[in-house]
Design a protein around this ligand. Structure first.
Ligand code: PEP
Ligand code: MN
Length: 363
């Protein structure tokens, strides 16, 4: 018995250390047969290292399927026994942590709707005290990286040593291409703040649909994510939750085969030499850009002085329209995207306004 426990432990450790870490399984555990068949078909792909299933489901509106509850935990135990795949479930309360640990769930995850609420995260953290289990933390539903970091700190202070992050996108109003906007820069900033911490991408909840899952997963791999969490179901169209975004285990296998897996580092010296040369050019250009922006701000300040002396408003719509139109026309001629140039010009403009505001009101 003890040996069995030890070997199961090492299966989790192995999976946790695997790159890429591929986690898959249904949005929700529905029946014992569904969980077991999904696990067996996932195991057959030879590419999945961990089985996920939602047992308790946080639903936006009441009256929807809210998960089978603790009675689904033995199904996961059985699936693990049959396939060797370690298991992971979402926990949102102290009781759910206790139940999951009682039934040997190998890795726990904190969902997006929990990460937003420090009371809930603290309750989960308190229940985890003394447990030796890896915990993954999804980003909060709103684009607030401090909440994400706060959740990591709470779980870490409870003594959990192995913590991972899951990027599942951010909720936004209105219909966009994505169910949850990826805002990749926030995930990259979180990676920067938590160096070395496992970071997995969840394209299922970002996309909310099947047709762009693969390109989103590829994007994550290109950005050096450590793995993917992708929902799969034996009969996706009839899934009890998130039907539109789930795929069969076989489709997942094909998708993973088609992904180009990248390495952050390659040993080849000629690659490094070429890269270093190009990076040197980029450093030089960045330096020049900063110098130019600084000069531009200095001129904006001089304009601010004239405006102050003549009692003219800082902002003049016609002038700003003219600047923007010129920038847009040029951008399309020289291959810069409209979206980038809009953000760039807005940032420059705001800084100019702030500098002129200082001159007009603080001297
Ligand atoms: C889930 O993984 O099924 C889930 C509920 O995800 P999220 O917390 O990202 O909404
Ligand atoms: Mn889901």
């Amino acid at each position: 018995m003890e040996n069995l426990a030890a070997s199961q432990k090492s299966a989790v450790q192995t999976a946790w250390g695997k790159r890429p870490l591929i986690i898959s399984g249904p949005c929700s555990a529905e029946t014992e047969e569904q969980v077991i068949e999904t696990a067996q078909r996932l195991a057959k792909t030879g590419m999945v290292n961990m089985l996920r299933a939602g047992i308790w489901k946080p639903r936006t509106k009441p009256g929807m399927f809210e998960g089978v509850g603790a009675k689904g935990l033995p199904w996961l135990q059985q699936a693990k026994k049959l396939t060797g795949l370690p298991t992971t479930v979402e926990v949102a309360t102290g009781k759910q942590v206790e139940d999951a640990l009682t039934f040997d769930v190998d890795v726990l995850w904190v969902g997006a709707r929990t990460t937003v609420n420090p009371f809930s995260v603290q309750e989960v953290a308190d229940a985890l005290r003394g447990a030796n289990v890896p915990v993954m933390i999804k980003n909060p539903i709103n684009p607030d990286i401090e909440l994400w970091q706060g959740a990591v700190e709470r779980i870490s202070r409870a003594g959990i040593k192995e913590i991972g992050l899951i990027h599942r996108g951010f909720s936004s109003y209105g219909n966009t291409e994505f169910r949850n906007a990826p805002m990749w820069h926030l995930a990259l900033e979180m990676k920067r703040r938590m160096p070395g911490m496992l970071m997995v991408n969840d394209p299922s909840h970002i996309c909310g649909r099947r047709d762009i899952l693969q390109s989103t997963a590829q994007r994550a791999i290109d950005l050096d994510f450590d793995g993917l969490m992708i929902e799969s179901h034996i009969d996706p169209d009839n899934a009890w939750s998130d039907a539109k975004q789930q795929i069969t285990p076989e489709r997942l296998g094909e998708m993973l085969e088609a992904i180009s897996w990248r390495n952050e580092h390659v040993p080849s010296p000629s690659f490094h030499a070429a890269l270093d040369k190009l990076r040197e050019q980029i450093n030089h250009i960045d330096d020049e850009l900063m110098q130019l922006i600084s000069q531009r701000m200095f001129i904006a300040e001089q304009i601010g002085t004239y405006k102050k002396n003549n009692n003219v408003t800082i902002f003049q719509q016609s002038r700003w329209n003219e600047v923007l139109e010129k920038a847009m026309a040029k951008a399309s001629r020289i291959g810069l995207s409209e979206e980038f140039i809009t953000r760039y010009m807005d940032a420059i403009h705001m800084e100019s306004i702030n500098r002129q505001n200082q001159i007009m009101n603080n001297d």
